[in-house]
Design a binder for this molecule. Sequence first.
Ligand code: FE2
Ligand code: FE2
Length: 441
Amino acid sequence: MRKSGKSIKETAEITGISPNTIKALTRNDKVSNQTINGSDIDEKIEEFGQNNERIIDSKSRRITTLADLIKFCKIDLTVWNIDRHIINKWEVGINADGFVVTSPLFQVKVWLTKKYPEAIKPVIQPVEINIEIPKVIKTKKAGLRKGLLLGDAQIGFTRSMRTGKLNAFHDRRAINIVIQLLRRYKFDLIVIGGDWLDFSMWSKQFLKKPSFYFTTQPALVECAWVLGLIRKLQPNAEIIFLEGNHEIRPEKAIMENFIDGYGLRSADNVEGAAVMSIPNLLGLPKLDIKYYGNYPSDEYWLNDHAVVRHGDIAKKGSGATVSTLAKEAINTEFVFHVHRLEMVSKTIHARDGSEIINQFCPGCLCKIDGTVPGDERPNWQQGIAVINYDLNRYVNIEPIPIQDGRALYRDEIYNGTDYVSILRKDTAFKDKAGVRQEWNF
Ligand SMILES: [Fe+2]
Ligand SMILES: [Fe+2]
């Protein structure tokens, strides 16, 4: 009617609708396209949103409730949750047979979310990588050697002045752990790393206590017994004995005190080992143990890049000795002597690439409670080491610390025991009268 040119007043008179209502309706018309002419009213349903959210906005005379809207739009309530909804109602004019009458129009608007939200692509997903496990390329076993490093047993005794009983410097429980390992694994190389004999009576360095006297022979007997056992358990191993500063004590004492005794050999064996030499005293040739003398020059090369020595440097403080060695080192060095478990690594950068070298001391096999002459409260550690190496450059070190007669190696605990009863039995002898005697170990 307004579109046909009738004024608000005329329209009001014809329709009976107040002029203010007609004004409001025609104003709304600009925004909502609603007119007072029913044929022009937009009854419409709009839908917004995407993915997991949906908004349905209905403006209709017939859809007046939420239930109507759900039914009309076929909203599946097993899929959608109704978050909220609104219902508005207002009057609009419609044309009924040329007359404009009012009729209610309803807005029903609903906000929906999916009960089970779907992933929105691109979605953050767990990383899926096809992993191809690399093939293990084993070095031929023939090229690898397994070695055992055994240092500083300091085999020796004090003798009780009252009972004559021998109290050992060496820790038989620690040595027993070595024996157990030799039973358990096969070795290609066994290094007796020097200072296996203490020879406390043969040194000027310390006061010779009366309790040190007449202990050399039982020390030689026990040392030879242990070495014999090692050979028995590893008949095919290469066993080497590196001379330490303690093994040279008898030789030095002879040179200093009785030079004519130096290098003496029995008349029927002038080409053999000197009478007072370690190989002779321990019977090493019979045990097929190769002795490396000339301490401190004696050394054994595992390959072109790794050497074993007894060592002649002992610095105060943990790690200090191997750190000192590392300063000058250009190869991996295994040492003993300092009685500490120490290891340090160093990378050398050369023209043809870099190389990591290690300076390592596995610790000792002697008692660390002050029994060994020299230090009342020594900062020493017991230990041995297994090394795996090839004959070119590779060496892997497995330190085995020993504490209080126990060691842990490759998931097994080794409890060392005192083997003294077997030692006594094995080393028993007959005296001049043919009576069986045992050492007073
Ligand atoms: Fe030593
Ligand atoms: Fe030493």
